[in-house]
Design a protein around this ligand. Structure first.
Ligand SMILES: Nc1ncnc2c1ncn2[C@@H]1O[C@H](COP(=O)(O)OP(=O)(O)OP(=O)(O)O)[C@@H](O)[C@H]1O
Length: 701
């Protein structure tokens, strides 16, 4: 539907590369962007203290390091002078001073490296977590995908670029800070010993930096940016092969895919060679620059030494100070590769953050297009909906109005590409280009065309997108209900039908209905209570679809999880929940997968589900998910298209029993028999709503 072809991806990449190059070449802008990305951590209210504590420790250790260097230069002076003037006592004093320096320096340098590493890791952790949070808020990952111009390879930016950005930033900024301190500490010493050396050094370093920046800076930044981007493109091509292995094998597309990967590799290597060539030129220039000054201190001070104005040790101390200051002033020249690497990473992260921020503001101003609100009665109300594709190329529906009350169900039919899924996207809030109003309950559940099988156990496939906290809440509610004497082991149980006309005709499709114990007095079973508890937990997070992004917080609130603040389900905690497991086993029976448990090795089995289950089995697992969540409104987008008619009928029978209100999209028009209404595309963005019985009778004519 919205897949970017490899060719498109290459074209998009190359166009974007030019934009990126132009931006990356502007050093001042890169500096501003670097500061913008870096300051996120330092401005974060909960992290500010930790960030500044690390920075303070780095500054304190740097000052001690510089003091140590200064001390070394004086001891060296004393030792050289004692040797040249044959003063044995002075020599031994200097030796003991050196021993003391080594004793202090060894732990100090180790501590300095340790603090630098801690700063890097802490910063990386926060920035990656921040990126993940923003990436998963307001379906940003989805919006970035449907807009191929938005950004390339966000995953590589979040993982690799953040890691490299924080590591290089700490390395460069700590080094630059130490170099500045070195300059301050040694400048007066050099000025006192050899003022002409100090003046020469400043002029030499400024000229050298200018030549390096103008000759190599921009070019290296561009090449580094291209290398990062092309490497990400290569990895993306290989990941796509892994994800679509079976389809490619069926098409026998091995050659085509390997050609594409090889072509991308060739682009990476060509760019790397270009970079290597320019790094070699840079290295040549750096060597000429550094070695030209190697004799300078001795040459300039020799006259004064032979005249007896200064001692031998003064020459070596001046040389030491000269080298330290020269190293500091020529830092940009000698570290241009690292700086260009950092500039490219900064550019990529800044672009991702900008795209995510744009997505956030789009989401916030979504009220400009189709307006969405919570429905009061738990049904779905669409008023005067005009919907277009995200960039307005097609109008998919014009002035559509319909009302679906709890207890009613709708089948959407029409030719391929007429906009059936798009209407569902609009109800879900994924698309909002157009006008009109949609009111729907927050408690909705969508089964898309292609079932998503997350990483994890079979239990997690069935409860997705439940977070750990939600599962625990459901367990607590179910356990409380069990204390009241309810028995859940019999399988799925119904949601209370909240509207007139809700059908309850069971079909005995493979599971026991013993769990259905609506006792006529409206008393709910334990599992229904569990579903209610899940919904309550979900509603706290906004909706089902918003639940996963809030999972870490909810897990923290519930006092579960691994304590690192990073979300994630816990199969072990879910495994210790016999109530839930009994419900899930019943659900597998209900969706005609009774043998799956034995086949895969139980609910704790963790397999590559998308590959070991057939599409029809995946669709049945998705329907089990829906029955587990018991939403107020369910949406099924060709969610049973891979099933045989008998199984499909059984599943729809289950849906009628357990789901108060559902909307299906299908090409099999006979499914109208399981719905109360039919919405049919009649062409040119016009839709016609009719009674399902009426629709079926026209079919039979
Ligand atoms: N991200 C997108 N950007 C632009 N156009 C899109 C995008 N996604 C889908 N479309 C277009 O919108 C139209 C409606 O798509 P939609 O997926 O709603 O069709 P559908 O009726 O569900 O089709 P099918 O029955 O084949 O699944 C199609 O012409 C499709 O090409």
């Amino acid at each position: 539907m919205d897949v970017v072809t490899p060719l498109q991806a290459v074209l998009v990449t190359s166009t974007r590369a030019k934009d990126g190059l132009a931006a990356a070449s502007d050093l001042r802008r890169v500096m501003a962007r670097w500061a913008g990305v870096a300051s996120l951590w330092w401005r974060c209210p909960t992290e500010r203290r930790r960030a500044w504590a690390y920075v303070s420790a780095c500054i304190a250790l740097s000052i001690v390091n510089v003091a140590l260097l200064l001390w070394i230069s004086y001891v060296q002076n004393a030792m050289q002078t004692s040797l040249s003037e044959k003063q044995e006592d002075g020599f031994w004093v200097a030796v003991w001073d050196f021993v003391l320096i080594i004793a202090v320096a060894a732990p100090l340098f180790a501590l300095t490296d340790y603090v630098d590493s801690c700063l890097t890791v802490a910063w990386r952790q926060w920035l990656t977590q921040h990126m993940i949070r923003v990436y998963f808020s307001d379906h940003a990952y989805f919006r970035l995908k449907i807009d191929p111009q938005a950004i390339d390879n966000p995953d590589q930016r979040i993982c690799d670029d953040v890691r490299a950005y924080t590591a290089t930033s700490v390395m460069l900024s700590v080094s630059i800070m130490r170099k500045v301190l070195n300059c301050v500490a040694f400048a007066s010493l050099l000025w006192r010993l050899a003022p002409q050396l100090a003046i020469f050094l400043v002029i030499y370093a400024v000229a050298g930096t200018w030549v390096t920046g103008a000759g190599f800076g921009r070019r290296l930044m561009r090449l580094t940016y291209s290398v990062l981007q092309r490497e990400a493109d290569l990895r993306f091509a290989l990941v796509r092969v892994r994800e679509n292995a079976e389809s490619i094998a069926f098409y026998a597309g091995d050659l085509r895919e390997s050609e594409l990967a090889s072509a991308r590799l060739a682009r990476v290597i060509a760019t790397i060679f270009g970079k290597v060539r320019w790094e070699a030129y840079l290295s040549l220039w750096q060597n000429v620059y550094s070695y030209s000054t190697i004799l300078l201190p001795s040459l300039l001070l020799s006259k004064r030494y032979f005249a007896g104005e200064i001692r031998f040790g003064d020459i070596s101390q001046a040389s030491f100070a000269f080298r330290i200051i020269e190293g500091a002033l020529s830092y940009i020249i000698t570290h241009l590769s690292d700086i260009s690497q950092l500039a490219a990473q900064t550019d990529r992260l800044d672009a991702l953050l900008a795209a995510l921020a744009a997505n956030h503001s789009d989401a916030a101003t979504a009220g400009d297009g189709v307006r969405r609100s919570d429905s009061k009665d738990g049904g779905v109300l669409v008023q005067d909906l005009t919907l277009t594709t995200p960039h307005g190329e097609q109008t998919l529906c014009k002035g559509l109005s319909l009302t679906l009350l709890p207890g009613q169900s709708l089948l959407v039919v029409g030719p391929s590409g007429c906009g059936k899924t798009s209407i569902m996207r609009a109800v879900a809030g994924l698309w909002s280009a157009g006008s009109g109003t949609i009111a729907a309950p927050p408690d909705m559940f969508f089964l898309p065309q292609r079932p998503y099988m997350p990483l994890g156990t079979l239990r997690e496939q069935l409860t997705f997108p439940d977070s750990c906290a939600t599962t625990m809440a459901a367990t607590a509610a179910a356990a409380a209900a069990m204390d009241d004497g309810d028995d859940l082991a019999g399988g799925p149980v119904p949601v209370p039908s909240s509207g007139a006309g809700h059908k309850r005709g069971g079909d005995g499709g493979g599971d026991s209905d013993s769990g259905e114990d609506d006792d006529g007095g409206g008393r709910r079973t334990a599992a229904t209570a569990a579903g209610g508890a899940r919904r309550a937990a979900n509603l706290r997070g906004g909706s089902y679809r918003r639940l996963s992004s809030g999972s870490s917080k909810q897990a923290a609130d519930a006092g579960v999880g691994d304590g690192d603040g990073v979300g994630g389900t816990s199969s072990s905690s879910a495994a210790a929940n016999p109530v839930l497991d009994a419900e899930l086993r019943g659900l597998l029976d209900a969706v005609c997968l009774p043998s799956l448990l034995a086949r895969v090795g139980g609910l704790d089995a963790e397999l590559d589900w998308a590959h070991i289950l057939s599409l029809g089995e995946q669709q049945r697992v998705s329907v089990a998910r829906l029955l587990h969540h018991k939403p107020a409104v369910a949406f099924l987008d060709e969610a049973t298209s891979a099933l045989d008619t008998a199984t499909e009928r059984q599943l729809y029978g289950r849906l009628q029993q357990h789901c108060a209100c559902f909307i299906s999209i299908a090409h099999r028009k006979q499914l109208a028999a399981f719905h109360t209404h039919v919405l049919e595309a009649v062409g040119d963005g016009t839709w016609q709503l009719c009674d399902a019985a009426e629709f079926l009778s026209t079919l039979q004519e």
